[in-house]
Every structure is written in C-alpha cells, then in structure tokens.
Design a protein around this ligand. Sequence first.
Ligand code: CP
Length: 311
Amino acid sequence: MSETTTPSFPKHLLDFQGWSRAQVESLLETAQMMQEVLSRPVKKVPALTGFTVATVFFEPSTRTRISFELAARRMSADVVSFSGTVSSTTKGETYRDTLRTLDQMGIDAYILRTDAAGVPHQAHRWLHKPVINAGDGWRAHPTQALLDAFTLREKLGDLEGKKIAIVGDILHSRVARSNAELLSMLGAKVVACGPATLLPACLFGATLTTDLKAALAEADAVMALRLQKERMDKGLLPSLPEYIAGYQITEERLGWAEPQAPLLHPGPMNRDVELEGTLADSPRSLVERQVANGQAVRMAVLYHVLVGKKS
Ligand code: CP
C-alpha cells in the first residue's frame, strides 16, 4: 500500500471535521483494497505489526466492536478489549482516569464508544494518541457512515446527485448525523424523515420532513433507523402502533422509492417496528452487506490513522 498516492490524513477520526472529500474517497479506495485482502484464503497482512489497539466500549455493541477487533487483527495488530460494564468505572473511576490508566500500558490507538457526546474529543486531548470514535451519544458514528457510503457506492456507483432517504428516530441517532454529514459531502441529497417529535431542529447536510411519501419519492436508497428507546424521554411517541402505522418501512412504502432502491439499516434492528421484518431478508436489503463491508472500512481507517502520512 503506497503512501505516495494518498492525501495526508488526520491522525484521528472523531467526526468528519478536518476530513476533505478527497481524503474520504481515498479512504474508501483503501477499503476496496482491504476487501481484496479479506477475499484471500489467509486474511492477514502485516501492516500494523507492532501496534497495540484498544477497543474501549462504555456502551453495548455487536457489529462495531467485533469488526474493529477483527480489522486490527487482520492487519497483525495486538488488540485489547475493554468493557465499561465490567471495569473499575463501575466503582466510580472517571473516563479520564480510566483512559490514562490504559495509556500506561502501551496502547497506540483507541477505539472509543461512550453514551456521552464529546468524550472521544476529550480523549484525544488527554491521550495525545489516535482516537477513533465508535459512537458518542447522539453525536457521531463516523465509521458507520463510512461503511454505509462504501455499501451505497458499491450498489449505486457515484453518489453525486443520488437521493438517500433516512427514516426513523433521527433525533437520537448518531448514525443519521454522521451519514447526513458524509453522504452530503460525497454529493448525495439526504432527506431525513420521522415524526416531528423525533426530528432535530436542523441536521447538517440533510433536509428534514415528516412526510414519508415525499421522503421516499424518487429515493435511490432508503435507510431505516431504530427507535432509540434507551435515549428517549417518555411521551415522544403517542404509541408504538401509531409510529408503525405512520413510519414503518413496508414493502408497499418501499415501492414509493425508485424501482430496486436498496434498503439499509445500521443495526441493531427491531424487526416489525422500523421496518417490515421480512424486508430485511429480501433481495432489496443490504443489511448483511453493510456488516461485511464494515470490516474492510475499519481496516482502512486503522491503516490511515496509524500508518498513513501525517497531516
Ligand atoms: N451499528 C452499530 O453501531 O451496531 P452496534 O451497536 O452493534 O455496534
């Protein structure tokens, strides 16, 4: 993997501030190369030999954590895995003290998920080491957006001018925020749709609507989002059946979008809530492809943050 043809990269990925379109496109090209590595009988390269990567998760995760750990191991890094629920944070240790403690053990990069927004930015200041945001509160989930963009480009080609509809609990969704920021940077027209109580006042990179039919009309792709009950105050929805009646993505409603428009979901899914359960297994669904692509995209992120040229 030559460094001479790639632009300089920030030594962290907290969100997309400081990232240009050229850098993002170069990273997605690297992810393409990582796909080739993952198609080999021996899915391993020595690119991160000698580096130690820590996954530090203060919130639950299936996809993000496992794919980051596999991504690091596929590139020969050592990996340590920290879970907030079984750590000394349960005895009152702060984020800062926890991270500074880990830092005495020779960690080279941190992959950090927190329920509070902004902790990855703070961690970057506390540690002076590469920090990759694996989701902070409602704020950002940049590697999810990168793997979504990768998956969309695989299906649709260039995203310039493509309409992408994101439907569901936009207010509490870091995935919606990062996708609106990234997909609009790549030229897509992003429309975010949900009931008024689950829409933010504004969403950078997207237009907002409560009108599902208008959001889906001529959409080149549709992304359904989970109701994030763990982040939700009571009273934001009249009832679950009313939400489903108004905003569930059904086969009939998917017909309002462009013919063959693919359906995405970042997971975890609540089948038969935000989407008709069987749609997730239909030929229109890219849900499993998103997961598969996550590993290659996270290999590319780790490679650029740890090995790529300094910014
Ligand atoms: N999409 C996503 O972040 O999934 P996990 O919570 O399983 O990591």
